[in-house]
Design a protein. Structure first.
Length: 85
């Protein structure tokens, strides 16, 4: 069952990457007028997916730092309240 889930996930990622690659190649061809080969479609699509994952990770990283900073501020406020009485 785990193999089937992994296979379906990888198939989905590949299909999504291929579709994104086709759209980007079509856009490049439309803008530049240069005919690109189909062999570049999958590479572009996979790079788009990796870029999206990296962007999501970067946003999540910033959000985590904000949460940690707020946590430290709240802890310091709590310690100061305990010290004051």
């Amino acid at each position: 069952m785990a193999d089937n889930i992994l296979e379906n996930l990888l198939t989905f990622i590949y299909t999504l990457g291929h579709w994104l690659g086709e759209k980007i190649v079509e856009l490049i061809q439309y803008i530049s007028g240069v005919k690109l080969g189909q062999e570049i479609v999958d590479a572009i699509g996979m790079l788009v997916i990796l870029t999206i994952f990296l962007a999501i990770a970067e946003v999540a990283k910033k959000a985590i730092w904000i949460v940690v900073a707020i946590g430290w501020v709240l802890i310091i406020v709590r310690i100061l309240m305990m010290m004051i009485g």
